[in-house]
Write a protein that binds this ligand. Structure first.
Ligand SMILES: Cc1ncc(COP(=O)(O)O)c(C=O)c1O
Length: 405
């Protein structure tokens, strides 16, 4: 049974007081707090199990290598990937997109070839494609967003053509909360022979991901939002595609042999993991995924949906508040602006009451511009949030609005 108090008790940060108030942490979309067992796993790995991986023949190196590779298997299981070599560890979601851009798309792209991305992308799934536009003459085509934050699937279909090389789209918007129909997107993109990279940085935290039926070519995640450490990201890639790709970064770990004349690349997945990898971060991510699996992603989704509905109903009673994104298929994120009050001012007042939200563009400037905003606040809920958190947030928000009115 989903027991939110039992879950909360495992997160030391949630017992903090901020400015004399209990911490109300609603900035999970930016980064989540860490459970004690992840913190302990990091400490144990550095204390008693640490050496570099894949290189040594001594005991500690073998232990570290085994734990690191075990973490890869945990990611494989978590997302239902067919093979563990399909799991590439990166330092972030951002690095994963750059890897796909440079290793897969850049070598193939011709001037005039098209890359389709949506207007609701995070900058990390925009800027790498802009690089390809700048450097190779690729054309970026944007999937529009409807007023309620739904992706315009009709427009998407019309954008697809024989020049489309890649569709890069988020599974869940970090601003609107919109959950996109990735299977339908993949099916349509594949019908014109395009690759699909899906940004799962937000979605993987809130619902079950399963590559056995979600037919993406690439799926990207980031550890710090999954209640794991920062400095670790995941690129899932289909084996047949990854095995044809050239490496992104060059250095140690990713080669079989180096001579003065010649290099031979290592097999998957190490070919894409140049240099000393984020060893302890990967191991701790594995621990976070165990934690999520034990709680159950289905139960987390139900709990967060209840919180979202509750927060929406409370916010509806507030004057001057505009919620951006209210489509039916939505995860636990509420982005809003308040008429005539700057988002930074709102968030500063909320902080005085111990409420942590995000203010700014949320690394999604094209989307904010589309909705006529330059800065908004975002309350993003995680599995440990409660209705009491929402009550404290609403109370603080009402006071902030009163204060500036
Ligand atoms: C939807 C989405 N994609 C990508 C990222 C980038 O993740 P990272 O900063 O870990 O690379 C974020 C982070 O905020 C995000 O919300």
């Amino acid at each position: 049974m989903f027991d939110v108090e039992a879950i909360r008790s495992q997160f030391p940060a949630l017992s903090l007081e901020v400015n004399g108030h209990p911490l109300t942490y609603l900035d999970n979309g930016a980064s989540a707090q860490k459970p004690q067992r992840v913190i302990d796993r990091i400490s144990k790995a550095y204390s008693f199990e640490y050496a570099n991986v894949h290189r040594g023949l001594h005991h500690l190196s073998n232990v570290a290598t085994e734990n690191f590779e075990q973490a890869r298997k945990k990611v494989q299981t978590f997302i239902g990937a067919e093979k563990e070599e399909e799991i590439i560890f990166t330092k972030s979601a951002t690095e994963a997109f750059n890897l796909v851009a440079h290793s897969l798309i850049a070598p193939e792209i011709q001037p005039g070839d098209e890359i389709i991305i949506s207007l609701m992308e995070h900058h990390s799934n925009i800027v790498p494609w802009h690089y390809l536009k700048e450097r190779y003459g690729a054309v970026i085509r944007w999937i529009p967003v409807l007023d309620d934050g739904t992706l315009d699937m009709l427009a998407f279909e019309n954008l697809l053509n024989e020049k489309t090389k890649l569709v890069a789209v988020t599974h869940m918007s970090n601003v609107l909360g919109t959950i996109n129909p990735i299977n339908e997107i993949c099916e349509k993109a594949h019908s014109v022979g395009a690759y699909v990279v899906v940004d799962g940085a937000q979605a993987a935290v809130h619902e079950k991901i399963d590559m056995t039926w979600q037919e993406c070519d690439f799926y990207v995640m980031t550890g710090h939002k999954l209640y794991g450490p920062s400095g670790i990201g995941v690129l899932y890639g289909r084996h047949d595609i990854l095995s044809q790709m050239r490496p992104f970064l060059g250095g140690g770990e990713m080669i079989k042999s180096v001579t003065t004349e010649h290099i031979e690349y290592a097999d998957l997945p190490h070919r894409f993991e140049a240099g000393t990898p984020p060893i302890v971060q990967a191991i701790a991510l594995g621990e976070a995924l165990d934690f999520l699996t034990e709680i159950d992603m289905g139960a987390i989704k139900i709990h967060e949906k209840e919180l979202l509905n509750y927060a929406n109903s409370q916010m509806a009673a507030l004057d001057k508040v505009r919620i951006i994104g209210n489509c039916p298929s939505k995860g636990s994120i509420i982005t809003f602006s308040v008429k005539d009050i700057h988002a930074h001012d709102i968030s500063a007042i909320l902080d005085k009451y111990g409420v942590a939200v995000r203010a700014g563009t949320h690394c999604a400037e094209p989307l904010l511009t589309h909705f006529g905003e330059t800065s908004t606040c975002r309350a993003s809920m995680g599995m440990y949030n409660t209705k009491e958190d929402i009550d404290r947030f609403i109370e603080a928000l009402s006071k902030a609005i009163q204060f500036f009115s």
